[in-house]
Design a protein around this ligand. Structure first.
Ligand code: RNT
Ligand code: ZN
Length: 410
């Protein structure tokens, strides 16, 4: 990196080394499900629950060996601190009935994570399964169905605590359910009351160690086939999380298209100490496209940094594109998340805040635009060098070679 770049940022009161240190210590949780189109290892049939992958690019991982091999390639090309975000359907060894998935089914993953100094996060898988009767789970009118998924989630609390204790890194268990209705509901209240009771039963089911883990609930507006009503809406979970001392996870694809998810972050931090994210890229709907370095992503990163929220957030990625090389998709999204964070960390927020608080909106406007052409790309390259990582260009070539040698033969 040229000396002038360092001096230029210093002239704004920004310390590049400090920014790079913060960046490398901010964990990004890599969602394993980008590598196999959310299939998992259970052979549980088609993806259901209103989420979809499209595309049939060759080479998807079919088992633990293939998936971890692909993950190793991705890990070797993603700088900074990393965690792996798992779902119950990635159980290994002796495959058991979903409600019985427990610690034993994740021993191999814990070994894998410890060998690589990775953190782990967990998600109960409440989709792609016959016990979702009429697409309903924790809000089902059928008590057997609810109890089945309550059990699954209580086991999930134990798995997540085990992840945290074994890896010695904080873990998140996130609950997302697809429950909802295709057409205008006859009853909106009943399912929500049942969902509240089910969640209470889960939290009462195992006293997990709050010092090492968190539980989050993830809301949504709608899904394919459940366009008219989603039981776990934003208001539902926000109130639930606030009254139960758990987290309300923000998935950036789960709000109305004109809603600014980044704007929610400062409101959330006003009342919650920690925050959890699924960073995704919705295109006209919750389409789960690969993260691009666009304004939406930048806004989220900016707010996180401005709220001093980096070490209080679970930053998980959530997208699944089956139309491109899946390993490159995982790496590009993760690198983009970090590029956005880097740009945010290189921004002199103190100058901008000062201008706003002295009613100098001209200065805000002018400075915001001036900062856009600073040579942050050189700082990104410097980050990669310090992390012993290849450039974006070389990354592409390396994974294409892996595709030729390994992925295309599957
Ligand atoms: C679905 C939610 C959920 C899933 C993953 C696989 O709309 O975003 O988080 O994408 O759990
Ligand atoms: Zn999500």
């Amino acid at each position: 990196m040229r000396k002038e770049v360092k001096r230029l940022y210093e002239s704004y009161g920004v310390d590049i080394s400090k920014a790079l240190n913060t960046l490398k210590n901010t964990p990004i949780s890599l969602h394993c499900w980008q590598l196999d189109d959310v299939n998992g290892f259970e052979n549980s049939g088609d993806l259901s629950g209103g989420i979809q992958t499209t595309g049939n690019y060759p080479g998807k991982a079919r088992n633990f060996e293939e998936l971890t091999r692909d993950l190793d390639v991705a890990l070797s090309l993603i700088p900074g601190k990393k965690k792996i975000n798992l779902h119950a359907i990635y159980q290994t060894g002796k495959i058991v009935e979903r409600c019985n998935v427990g610690i034993e089914q994740f021993e191999q993953w814990v070994k894998y994570a410890k060998e690589r100094n990775l953190g782990l996060d967990y998600n109960p898988t409440i989709f792609s399964h016959p016990m979702l009767v009429d697409g309903l789970s924790l809000s089902s009118p059928d008590e057997n169905v609810r109890n089945y998924w309550i059990k699954h989630c209580i086991n999930g609390l134990k798995i997540t605590e085990y992840f945290a204790k074994e890896t010695k890194q904080r873990s998140l268990m996130n609950i997302w359910i697809p429950d909802g209705l295709k057409d205008v509901p006859a009853d909106r209240f009943g399912p929500r009351l049942r969902l509240k009771e089910s969640l209470d039963a889960i939290l009462a089911g195992y006293k997990y160690d709050k010092k090492v883990m968190d539980v989050a609930v993830e809301s949504k507006v709608f899904g394919i086939g459940v366009e008219s009503y989603t039981t776990g809406s934003n208001e539902f979970y926000l109130n639930y999380a606030a009254t139960r001392g758990i987290l309300n996870l923000l998935d950036t694809g789960h709000y109305h298209p004109t809603e600014n998810v980044a704007d929610k972050i400062s409101s959330m931090f006003t009342f919650f100490n920690r925050l959890a994210f699924h960073v995704s890229r919705p295109v006209r709907w919750d389409s789960d496209h690969v993260l691009k370095l666009n304004d939406d992503l930048q806004d989220v990163a900016d707010e996180l940094v401005k709220c001093n929220g980096l070490n209080r957030s679970y930053i998980g990625l959530d997208y699944f594109d089956a139309s491109v090389n899946r390993v490159i998709a995982l790496i590009v999204g993760a690198r983009n998340m970090q590029k956005a964070l880097l740009k945010a960390l290189l921004t002199p927020w103190h100058l901008l805040k000062e201008a706003q608080d002295s009613y100098d909106h001209t200065r805000v406007l002018s400075l915001q635009e001036e900062l856009k052409t600073l040579p942050w790309g050189e700082v990104w390259d410097e980050y990669l060098r310090r992390q012993n990582m290849v450039s974006d260009k070389e990354m592409y070539e390396i994974v294409k070679k892996y595709e030729e040698e390994v992925l295309s033969k599957r």
